[in-house]
Design a protein around this ligand. Structure first.
Ligand SMILES: Cc1ncc(COP(=O)(O)O)c(C=O)c1O
Length: 410
């Protein structure tokens, strides 16, 4: 985590709640992955959904990363930030015809994971370039809700449907340049990466698409969230991945690019949410520390039961007590941590919620009509970007300005 003195001074300067991101940490993770997966044609596409802060994305663009986009909005945003269209992959599910046409016309490669959409795409644009998303039939991830392989998910084309894929591709003369899979977020077992790679490679061998340029193995590189959680041995995993891919290329007699779409791995650890405790109270045996943030601003604990480390920056040496660290929202589940031992918290203390750089701000909302926090980006010991918090009147204006009264016959 970033040095405490910087966090304390940013909270003083900009107020709380405040997201702070360390660009150096994110760039370090990016070079780590490139060092671990030693393959000359490795391409990283950052999963933009994890964190869409424009300054962070610009750093990743300058570091040569591409983008994994999941909506036309994300595609448009990435293009606007200057990512080349060849460096963007569009992986939507349940896309509408309008969404499909919008992205198609931008020239970004479409990653299609449903036979029905593949047929519609072929019929509308015979000869078009596509990437095909398969369900790798590997089940792994840090939470059932983010596992995207196997029988319980809506994602990807089934491996056994390959003959139907081949027939659609032939019928419409589609140019298949990529094959894709994403097993899940927070993959626990290194073997799962290998099993999923094997599955996608078998599709490549079986289909032998003449225009194939890349295999994309999605994201899922986990980072530790709990203090005692071990980091996966990525040096060994990365070398294994590169070896497996090289062996495949040899067998396939063609050089291909190997793509990954890391989200969490690049940005989770670069961010913290700073929040101030304003109310301490007891509910019989429970000691409650009430903060000025809430679950709409960092929903992972409520949504996934996710653990985020919390630091009391104002009283790090305080005597330990057990707290429910709560937000300011009208739900009992509005807790960042439950029964968590922490150095004594006093009203006014500043807490830092760690690993808040992925799937926190980007999953946020304005429930209870509280605007999302401001965001500060730091790099090389300097503040390089600040995105201010929307004021209450802007938030209200956004709602009212987009609403008009009508009296129209249906
Ligand atoms: C298709 C796809 N690629 C990549 C990712 C990024 O996953 P992670 O942040 O775990 O690396 C996701 C996450 O939902 C995804 O759905």
């Amino acid at each position: 985590m970033m040095q405490e003195k910087y966090l304390l001074s940013l909270a003083e300067r900009f107020g709380t709640p405040l997201f702070v991101y360390d660009g150096d940490v994110m760039l370090e993770r990016c070079s780590d992955l490139r060092r671990f997966i030693t393959h000359p044609r490795l391409q990283l596409h950052y999963a933009l959904k994890a964190n869409f802060n424009p300054a962070l994305l610009t750093l990743l663009k300058e570091a040569g990363c591409g983008i994994d986009a999941v909506s036309p909005g994300e595609v448009e945003y990435a293009l606007k930030l200057g990512f080349a269209r060849e460096k963007i992959i569009y992986t939507a599910n349940n896309m509408t015809d309008t969404e499909f046409e919008k992205v198609f016309s931008s020239g970004v490669v479409m990653n299609i994971g449903e036979l029905s959409r593949l047929r519609k795409a072929g019929a509308a644009h015979p000869g078009m370039t596509v990437c095909l998303r398969f369900n790798p039939d590997v089940v792994d991830g840090d939470n059932a809700k983010t596992m995207t392989g196997g029988e319980l998910t809506k994602f990807g084309i089934l491996l056994e449907d390959i003959d139907e894929v081949l027939s659609i591709v032939r019928r419409y003369g589609l140019k298949v340049t990529g094959l894709h899979e994403h097993t899940g977020s927070g993959i626990q077992k290194p073997e799962s990466f290998h099993a999923a790679m094997k599955a996608l490679m078998s599709v490549a061998t079986r289909s032998n698409f003449p225009d194939l340029e890349f295999l994309d193995f999605g994201g899922g590189f986990k980072v530790p969230y709990k203090p005692d959680e071990k980091r996966i041995d990525y040096v060994t995993l990365g070398a294994g991945i590169a070896d497996r891919f090289r062996a495949f290329e040899k067998e396939y007699s063609r050089e291909l690019a190997i793509k990954f779409e890391p989200g969490k791995f690049l940005s989770a650890e670069c961010g913290v949410l700073l929040t101030r405790v304003n109310t301490l109270k007891r509910n019989r045996k429970r000691f409650i520390a009430g903060t000025d943030s809430g679950f709409p601003q960092l929903i992972r604990p409520l949504l996934y039961g996710a653990y985020h480390q919390i630091f009391n920056l104002s009283n790090p040496e305080g005597k330990e007590e057990v707290y429910d660290v709560c937000g300011n929202i009208c739900e009992t589940g509005d807790r960042f941590a439950e029964q968590r031992p922490l150095p004594e918290i006093r009203e006014g203390d500043l807490l830092a919620i760690a690993n808040a750089g992925a799937y926190c701000y980007s999953m946020g909302g304005i429930y209870n009509m509280r605007a999302m926090p401001a965001e500060a980006v730091v790099k090389g010991g300097r503040l390089i970007s600040f995105r201010r918090r929307e004021s209450d009147s802007e938030l209200i204006g956004n709602i009212l300005d987009h609403t008009e009264s009508c009296d129209t016959a249906l």
